[in-house]
Design a binder for this molecule. Structure first.
Ligand SMILES: [Fe+2]
Length: 406
């Protein structure tokens, strides 16, 4: 794989632009919203305001550089997020949290100290801090998505959806080898190691992601609607980030792993495995593998709906320039794709000593691997080896799927 960073500039420049990215998100909140909890299984929004800097402090200053803390209470309070089973919400009250003023003062001081000490910090830790912040730029968008419209600034950018019919051809992926994971020496999270090859028997896959229109037939047959849909009278609407729109029939359906699996069952097909996703995305007729589905060119807006250009999905046929060598569309962008692969370590996995729980706490049948990217996924996560994961019934993720036949 290419060693060129996807976002140009020094690490400090990249950290500064990531800070601007997450700062912008908090600017969208109307007064009072900061102490609400839009997703019951996650912390109140105020936690995330402190978490990004506390994480950077704990990783860069406390662990890597052993700088004495100026606020041990906040370092601890804001250290870790939560991921309880669905329905097991936390019970804290807004008054249990410090004031916004105190948290912002902590953040300012943390940034000043990091900027002064930056040169001494190991590049791996700085990359961890950078990517951790950008991951939260996406997961914070899930929280914002579930905040009532009147509690966030209206930022609506209209996405034009097509009304003409889209056929999704089935594409045969021949037998071949897929390289999973990241090469030692390159940056990746602990679960991306070790790199290894997998043989993948021939299978067929749909060119496009499954759409709202496809899923509507399943709902009309009795399935429950996904979290992102709402019915008004006889009409279905998509609950977008800044407003509801009539259900865009050709946009990918956002849904849980359990819903995607039930739909696959209903059609007699399956979800792809992680290795099948790699074959469809990175395989070529000659047997070589690409860095990105479209080739080795760095990701740009024409290749897919990712890297914060949009807040909601576009139609499934909107990015032909991003098609893979084998002709599969939108493998990166417009919604993560569920796989049938439970989140588990690769052979050779070793937890990061400075962040041992990052992956290890989530291995097992309780979480499934997602590949691809959503509209709110930063470009650095488009590297081939990156793996995301969520609980199979967590309904708030920008996650889609497509079908395979083995
Ligand atoms: Fe975090």
């Amino acid at each position: 794989m290419s060693t060129t960073p996807v976002v140009a500039g020094s690490l400090l420049d990249r950290i500064e632009s990531a800070r601007a990215r997450t700062d912008e998100l908090f600017e969208l909140l109307k007064p009072g919203a900061l102490y609400t909890r839009p997703i019951p299984e996650r912390h109140r929004l105020i936690f995330y305001l402190g978490h990004l800097e506390a994480f950077d402090w704990n990783q860069i200053c406390r662990q890597a550089l052993e700088i004495p803390s100026f606020h041990p209470e906040f370092d601890k309070l804001f250290e870790f997020g939560i991921d309880p089973p669905l329905g097991k919400a936390a019970e804290d009250q807004p008054s249990d949290w410090p004031s916004e003023r105190e948290v912002r003062a902590y953040n300012r001081r943390t940034r000043e100290i990091i900027d002064e000490a930056f040169e001494q910090a190991p590049a791996q830790i700085l990359n961890v801090a950078l990517e951790h912040r950008l991951m939260h730029a996406e997961t914070f968008a899930y929280l914002l998505h579930n905040l009532p419209y009147e509690q966030k600034a209206p930022l609506e950018k209209r996405i034009v959806h097509s009304t003409s019919r889209i056929e999704s051809p089935v594409i045969i992926i021949p037998f071949g080898r897929a390289t999973l994971g990241q090469k030692r020496g390159e940056f990746g999270w602990d679960n991306e190691f070790d790199q290894h090859e997998v043989e993948v028997p021939s299978f067929s896959i749909s060119k496009y992601k499954v759409t709202n229109g496809d899923y509507l037939k399943f709902v009309e047959d009795g399935a429950a609607p996904p979290h992102f849909w709402v019915q008004r009278g006889a009409e279905w609407f998509y609950r977008g980030m800044f407003g509801e729109i009539p259900l865009p029939l050709h946009a990918p359906v956002y849904l849980t792993h359990a819903e995607a699996s039930a739909y696959a069952n209903w059609t007699g097909k399956s979800l792809p495995t992680e290795a099948q996703f790699h074959r469809a995305a990175y395989g070529t007729p000659s047997g070589e593998e690409r860095d990105y589905p479209w080739g080795d060119e760095l990701p740009g807006a024409r290749h897919g709906n990712f890297d914060f250009h949009a807040w909601d999905p576009v139609d499934v046929d909107a990015n032909p320039a991003g098609d893979s060598a084998l002709g599969v569309s939108q493998l990166l962008g417009n919604g993560w794709e569920w796989t049938s692969t439970p989140f588990a370590p690769f052979a050779g996995f070793e937890p990061f000593p400075f962040y041992p729980g990052y992956s290890k706490n989530f291995f097992g049948e309780e979480h499934y691997v997602m590949k691809g990217a959503s509209p709110r996924t930063a470009a650095c996560f488009l590297r081939r080896s990156f793996r995301n994961w969520f609980r199979p019934d967590y309904p708030y993720v920008y996650s889609t799927f497509r079908l395979v036949e083995n």
